[in-house]
Design a protein around this ligand. Structure first.
Ligand SMILES: *Cc1c(COP(=O)(O)O)cnc(C)c1O
Length: 392
């Protein structure tokens, strides 16, 4: 082994000792409630495919039709080569869906955050994040060069203090939060946030990665459900969760979208999303707005209710509809042990550790889908009750 590899092996060993080493699993199945892993089936409670659309025939058909017509790759960045019909179709579907003037599609949610914050902010500005905002928002905020401030999770009092501090400064203030938090499954107080940012003349960006397709009329999102979408300057979301495909988007004013397509570096300097994926995403945006979308949401909330009722003491914010059920354990190695035990018993859940969550706040992340049957959920509850007893 050469010195380079030796150094990396030592670093991996250190991660292992702390219970922080991660590994890839090989899957052999389509997305769905049953995952085939190393030839063994397991019930999948670890993906973000909340409506079960990643394997839906309508999306596959849209992708295949676009694949036949436009090929596998977009060929270049859109400013260099051009926009294909699926890109335009996706953006007009998104804008209509979100009741916004315009939309811009990016190749991933991560790239969306990086490009957008980088375009909107510079070193004279202030960016204020919820403590639990997604890693891509944290990275984007750092990269933007703006002064970074963080408020405790959903703590409006602390946010107000920061806004007061920022008031006298030159430059803009942008608040960024999620609407449904990815690791805790709880909601941001969007109405209060909008009122606060208006009082201080700040801008607001809300990442609806986990809530688009699930909340509000026709799945338009939590901001729409709470009636505050019009008060949010920058509406972000991703296409890889409830929408079952891949990519990210920004919805907002025409000026915002025109500005971003000029200045968001992850848009300007990156190959456009594959046309087949854009076509499938457009089909997903249409599908979630139909009666079938309503039915899938009803099924999802029914499953969520079932799980909360089975473990009421663990159901944080239990009156909120949420497909994300964090099962807090704390210790990293213990979380890995319990996750492996569940896996041996045919249940696949995420064992989430630092740096995805804070040190000592490791947890199982159980995610539900409309595609799960009540029987599958019953099996999950049974195994959770047996397998999460701490080892001594
Ligand atoms: C998953 C996620 C992203 C990143 O989206 P990708 O398309 O997976 O890159 C961004 N924000 C939040 C809140 C997410 O959960």
């Amino acid at each position: 082994m050469n010195a380079f590899d030796e150094e990396l092996r030592l670093r991996l060993d250190a991660l292992e000792t702390q219970g922080l080493r991660r590994e890839l699993r090989a899957l052999q199945s389509q997305p769905g409630p049953v995952a085939q892993i190393d030839g063994t089936p397991a019930l999948n409670f670890s993906s973000n495919d909340y409506l079960g659309l990643a394997g839906a025939p309508e999306l596959k058909a849209a992708a295949m039709a676009a694949l036949e017509r436009f090929g596998t790759g977009a060929g270049a960045a859109r400013l260099l080569y051009g926009s294909l019909p699926p890109h335009a179709e996706l953006e007009s579907a998104l804008a209509e869906f979100k009741r916004a003037e315009a939309a811009l599609a990016f190749s991933s949610g991560y790239a969306t955050a990086l490009g957008t914050l980088g375009a909107l902010l510079g070193k004279d500005d202030v960016v204020v994040l919820d403590k639990l905002a997604h890693a891509c928002i944290v990275d984007a905020a750092r990269l933007s060069g703006a002064k970074l401030r963080v408020f405790a999770h959903n703590d409006l009092g602390q946010l107000e203090e920061i806004l007061k501090w920022a008031e006298g400064r030159a430059g803009r203030v942008l608040i960024v939060t999620e609407s449904l938090f990815s690791m805790d499954g709880d909601h941001a107080p969007l109405r209060e946030l909008v009122a606060l940012k208006e009082r201080f003349g700040a801008w607001l960006m809300v990442d609806e990665a986990h809530s688009t397709g699930l909340y509000g009329a026709h799945g338009r999102g939590l901001a729409q459900e709470l009636g505050v979408a019009g008060g949010i300057e920058v509406q972000m979301g991703t296409l890889g969760k409830a929408l079952g495909t891949a990519g990210g988007y920004i919805c907002g004013s025409r000026a915002l979208v025109e500005y971003l397509l000029n200045r968001a570096r992850s848009f300007v300097f990156s190959t456009a999303p594959p046309p087949a994926i854009a076509a499938a995403a457009a089909a997903a945006v249409r599908l979630v707005q139909t009666a079938r979308g309503d039915e899938l949401r009803r099924e999802l909330w029914d499953r969520a209710q079932h799980l909360r009722a089975a473990f009421p003491e663990r159901a944080r914010g239990s009156r909120l509809r949420s497909p994300i059920f964090p099962w807090l354990i704390g210790d990293e190695s213990e979380t890995v042990r319990v996750g492996a035990q569940l896996r041996r018993n045919g249940i696949l859940v995420g064992a989430v550790r630092y740096p995805t969550v804070a040190r000592g706040a490791a947890r199982l992340r159980i995610t539900l889908s409309a595609a799960h049957t009540p029987e599958q959920l019953g099996k999950l509850c049974e195994r959770l009750a047996l397998d999460t007893i701490p080892s001594v």
